[in-house]
Design a protein around this ligand. Sequence first.
Ligand SMILES: [Zn+2]
Length: 58
Amino acid sequence: MNDDATKKYICVNCGYIYDPAQGDSMNNIAAGTPFASLPSEWVCPICYATQDMFDPLD
Ligand SMILES: [Zn+2]
């Protein structure tokens, strides 16, 4: 079991939280998709920040 598979990430720009348990329906990301497995073109669905703008959420 890898913690990263369920770890939430927060967009430091707008506060949006990516939750792997929820996925991102706005971007056709299936529930259960770890943050690390998001496609490279995925950006924040709220403010379009790139993935390097996200921090792990404990
Ligand atoms: Zn954002």
